[in-house]
Design a protein around this ligand. Structure first.
Ligand SMILES: CC(C)(COP(=O)(O)OP(=O)(O)OC[C@H]1O[C@@H](n2cnc3c(N)ncnc32)[C@H](O)[C@@H]1OP(=O)(O)O)[C@@H](O)C(=O)NCCC(=O)NCCS
Length: 176
């Protein structure tokens, strides 16, 4: 199994991998742009898992659209590890996930925090999270987008965050 950057020709397969999770409501529908995704490819060349990265600020990036078509074999964890590594390589300091499966992410080193963007967008008071100083601005940015989302009223996802290792400047170039 290999995880790699998605290519433009992968878009239809990415949509196909996501389709059952979108239909089940566990992943939001979205316009798929290859630049946003990492994909897991099996030895036959079929895509069997996807994950996307979407910036909330210069410091914080969201891991989203995580789908494994081979559940229970470690593929979900592998995709999260690849997204974490790629986010660090791009120079972000924190990675976040808005999710209904907080336990899955906690097992992978993420911490649940109470400053949720949908709550801010609904006008609720939220507590800053001093352990993650970069989070406040990022959540505010995301909350502005949540405010325009037709699903805002029904949103109740947990926010999880994980610190990223500092990227070494020489690591900014990928090794082939
Ligand atoms: C969540 C998901 C990506 C996990 O993929 P996976 O390949 O099964 O992941 P792994 O094999 O690394 O981990 C499996 C573990 O995750 C747990 N897990 C899977 N789905 C879960 C869920 N909905 N809630 C809580 N835990 C879950 C399993 O119980 C399993 O735990 P175990 O090892 O103790 O049995 C996959 O189930 C999926 O695509 N789900 C539908 C889309 C989705 O919910 N995406 C996450 C949105 S943030």
């Amino acid at each position: 199994m290999m995880v790699r950057d998605a290519r433009p020709e992968d878009v239809r397969q990415i949509e196909a991998v996501m389709a059952p999770a979108v239909a089940a409501g566990t992943v939001l529908p979205r316009m798929v742009r290859a630049d946003d995704f990492l994909v897991a490819e099996d030895p036959s060349g079929a895509l069997v898992g996807v994950v996307a990265l979407a910036p909330w600020s210069d410091a914080v990036v969201e891991l989203g659209s995580l789908v494994s078509a081979r559940p229970g074999r470690g593929l979900g964890a592998l995709l999260v590890a690849a997204a974490v590594q790629e986010a660090a390589r791009r120079g972000y300091t924190n990675i976040v996930a808005l999710t209904g499966i907080s336990g899955f992410f906690e097992r992978l080193g993420f911490l649940s925090v109470a400053d949720r963007p949908w709550a801010r967008a609904r006008g609720c008071a939220t507590l800053p999270v001093p352990e993650f100083p970069a989070l406040g601005e990022a959540v505010a940015n995301k909350a502005r987008r949540c405010a325009a989302c037709p699903r805002l009223a029904g949103c109740g996802q947990d926010l999880l965050v994980r610190r990223l290792p500092l990227a070494h400047p020489l690591a900014a170039q990928k090794v082939a």
